[in-house]
Write a protein that binds this ligand. Structure first.
Ligand SMILES: O=C1O[C@H](COP(=O)(O)O)[C@@H](O)[C@H](O)[C@H]1O
Length: 252
């Protein structure tokens, strides 16, 4: 795995650089695949995408090739303030012409178990129709770009510290009913899927995440050499790029 760390003077500079990084990847995949599969997190990631919906990118990106997926979702209606879909729609998707059929939201009418099963089945269909690639290395779906955020406790997606879901290595999509961060019921992609991505951007602005960034990039480990934090299990099959601002990087 190739890993790169980018540290910016401000969150504004981070957002500018992130937009260029994503636009360049969109152009790369347009040329080489004619499709661009992008996984969105919730949280502050969406705010960090704000430069993409402004000129020059809003006009220059070929949005018709984009296919949007969710890294994780809360089991709430799409209109609920806690919905990652609503966050992404209000802050990003409503502002760019991605074809609505290419936006794969999680079914908000189902239970946590049902929604996870349904999303995994939908991903399988999209693998069959060749929208999503399969990793020849892992056998798991391989998204082109996975846009990850990280919580102050080092969680990514809905994969929390010391939770048994960290070790899920068969399912593509699973569910949690005891999330330590509300709301408790969520569905999430699993680590084998996250780590099969071609490109992962770990977008981490703000002082609240500094301790976790310090542990993760400082190589902190537990007694058996095990990763202390979920974020330390992130390892892109292709390239992992950290986008940090000065505050987030202050403990490095
Ligand atoms: O609950 C969640 O938290 C993480 C991190 O959120 P942030 O607000 O600290 O950026 C987010 O990436 C995930 O998608 C979300 O469901």
């Amino acid at each position: 795995m190739a890993m790169e760390k980018r540290i910016f003077d401000s969150e504004e500079d981070l957002a500018v650089s992130l937009a260029k990084y994503i636009a360049d990847l969109s152009a790369h995949f347009a040329k080489n695949r004619g499709l661009f599969t992008v996984v969105l997190s919730g949280g502050c990631l969406i705010e960090c995408l704000r430069k993409l919906v402004e000129p020059p990118y809003v006009d220059s990106i070929d949005w018709s090739i984009w296919h949007i997926f969710w890294l994780d979702e809360r089991v709430v209606p799409k209109t609920h303030v806690d919905s990652n879909y609503k966050l992404a729609y209000d802050g990003f998707l409503s502002k760019v012409p991605i074809p609505p059929d290419n936006v794969y939201a999680i079914d908000d009418t189902l239970s946590a178990e049902g929604a996870a099963e349904e999303y995994e089945a939908r991903l399988k269909q999209l693998v069959s129709s060749k929208v999503i690639d399969i990793s020849s290395k892992s056998g798991f779906p391989k998204f082109d770009l996975n846009l990850l955020g990280m919580g102050p406790d080092g969680h990514v997606a809905s994969l929390f510290p010391a939770h048994p879901l960290l070790k899920e290595n068969e399912k593509w999509v699973t569910f949690i009913k005891d999330s330590p961060k509300p709301p408790p019921e969520r569905i999430t992609l699993t680590f084998p899927v996250i780590n099969s991505s071609d490109y992962i951007a770990l977008v981490v602005p703000g002082a609240a995440q500094a301790d976790a960034v310090g542990v993760a990039l400082g190589g902190g480990s537990g007694q058996n050499g095990e990763a202390l934090l979920p974020v330390q299990r992130v390892a892109a099959e292709g390239v992992l790029t950290w986008f940090l601002d000065k505050e987030a990087a202050s403990k490095l």
